[in-house]
Design a protein around this ligand. Structure first.
Ligand code: NAD
Length: 257
């Protein structure tokens, strides 16, 4: 499982799943480039803390994944990129005929277009190094749909499709490309949906979690960011060398229903 000597770029990794993934890759020995669109002291402190905890090199690079050039400059700033985890993502919930155009554009840019830009920039580095792992954080919504999440569902289905296409383009190289599809994980992204859902259904927080969110997951449990991180680390390990073009669901059985 050792990823010692590899450099991993994880987009959107100053919170939630991205941070969990970064920590599990560092635990496996990978050096890290953490990222988000902010440039706060606490972002850089996060990288320092991971570096100290796991004895790896870790730095934080600000880059806005809604901007193609910034996606590409993130990879350049990394210097090398053996592992690319495309994780940055946002969500907005609205009926399609009321969906704000700017929200649609932002979701497609951050959740889908950024994966194109970072992958295109990272592949030459992986080819030069003779090894590469791309893991795209898609979603159960990359395989199934929900009403009012049209942009998110479209972007995540796009990520699943792009994952397969890139896997086929690199199938005869020592490079793999896979997607992980989480169900519900209680991160800031999901927390942000709870108040609106409480208002819409007239429910309290616990009922929203139990009857709206976890109702979709046969396990009746949230996955944790550590479990997501462990799944990504597995896909980067030598045990997963022949795994490419797959979507690995981490959803407590949601998509088995
Ligand atoms: P989160 O809000 O905690 O994390 C999102 C990350 O993306 C943050 O680090 C944020 O700073 C970053 N980000 C947002 N906009 C950005 C931009 N323009 N440029 C760079 N970084 C940006 O949410 P999360 O739940 O950890 O989401 C991570 C990924 O997992 C997303 O792609 C999301 O769609 C996916 N996902 C989450 C769940 C879930 O239940 N939490 C389920 C399925 C898929």
């Amino acid at each position: 499982m050792s990823l010692r000597g590899k450099t991993a770029v994880v987009t959107g990794s100053n919170s939630g799943i991205g941070l969990g993934v970064a920590r599990e890759l560092a635990r496996a020995g990978a050096d890290l480039v953490l990222n988000s669109f902010t440039d706060r002291d606490e972002d850089h402190a996060l990288a320092e803390a991971i570096s100290t905890e796991f004895g790896v090199v870790a730095k934080y690079v600000k880059a806005d994944m809604s901007v193609g050039e910034e996606c590409r400059s993130l990879i350049e700033a990394a210097g090398s990129c053996d592992i690319l985890v495309n994780n940055a993502g946002i969500q907005h919930v609205a009926p399609i005929d009321e969906f704000p155009r700017d929200k649609w554009d932002a979701i497609i840019a951050i959740n889908l277009n950024s994966v194109f830009h970072t992958t295109a920039a990272a592949l030459p580095m992986m080819r030069a190094a003779g090894w590469g792992r791309i893991v795209n954080v898609a979603s159960a919504h990359g395989l199934t749909a929900s009403p009012y999440k049209s942009a998110y569902v479209a972007a995540k289905h796009g990520v699943v499709g792009m994952t397969k296409a890139v896997a086929l383009e690199t199938a005869q190289e020592p490079i793999t490309c896979n997607a992980v599809c989480p169900g519900y994980v209680l991160t800031p992204l999901v927390e942000a949906q709870i108040p609106d859902t409480m208002k819409e259904y007239g429910m309290d927080r616990e009922t929203v979690i139990k009857d709206v969110m976890l109702a979709r997951q046969p396990s009746k449990e949230f996955a944790t960011v550590e479990q997501l991180g462990g799944t990504v680390a597995f896909l980067c390990s030598s045990a997963a060398t022949q795994i490419t073009g797959t979507t690995l669901s981490v959803d407590g059985g949601w998509t088995a229903l």
